[in-house]
Write a protein that binds this ligand. Structure first.
Ligand code: COA
Length: 163
């Protein structure tokens, strides 16, 4: 059976934490759809959806079973449309659990065929988040251990120009 999975998120921008989940999912599934949310509830994203897609494509260019797309509306509907019945999410700390549990149950209510698989984030990425990367970069800090090296310069250029 050819098994596909969706890894959804806002990826504003991609971090090594996201890449770690993508690489591990790419070994577990035949095809990984990295889906960038278009209708972001978070205000003022630092990167446009197209830029986030570009950064993700660059960061995953050495993996041959990754597709990077954007989606709008409900994730449960998008999965149905793509005929995909598994979502993968990374769990960083216990604090992520309640929110992730709520999302997984909501998605299952909306699309009963949809299962959510959680991968525990590697310990070195436990504390990472896109906001943290943005804050460190905007204050002139070194983010080279937080984001993929092939997209580091582009992320630094954009973020250090802000604030
Ligand atoms: N390593 C490092 N950081 C990680 C990470 C990992 N493995 N996984 C998540 N993060 C960080 C992200 O960078 C982000 O950081 P930020 O808040 O500083 O920007 C934060 O964790 C949250 O991740 P995000 O990508 O914003 O995902 P989310 O868990 O909030 O959910 C969607 C995003 C797209 C999955 C969700 O909003 C969605 O499904 N939306 C569609 C609408 C819908 O269907 N709603 C009903 C379902 S509840």
């Amino acid at each position: 059976m050819n098994k596909s999975v969706i890894y959804p998120g806002s990826f504003d921008p991609v971090t090594l934490g996201h890449l770690d989940i993508i690489i591990r999912a790419s070994k577990m599934f035949d095809h990984v759809v990295v889906a960038v949310l278009r209708n972001v509830a978070k205000d003022k994203p630092s990167f446009t959806v197209e830029e986030r897609i570009e950064l993700l494509r660059e960061a995953t260019k050495d993996l041959d079973n990754i597709e990077v797309v954007s989606f709008d509306g409900l994730l449960a509907e998008y999965a149905k449309k793509r005929n995909i019945t598994t979502l993968v999410k990374g769990l960083r700390a216990v604090s992520d659990f309640e929110y992730e549990f709520q999302m997984a149950l909501t998605n299952k209510m909306l699309n009963p065929d949809l299962e959510t698989v959680f991968l525990t984030t590697s310990s070195k990425n436990m504390y990472l988040s896109s906001s943290m990367v943005k804050q460190v970069a905007s204050l002139g800090g070194d983010i080279s251990s937080f984001v993929p090296s092939c997209v580091l310069d582009r992320i630094v250029d954009r973020l250090s120009a802000k604030e």
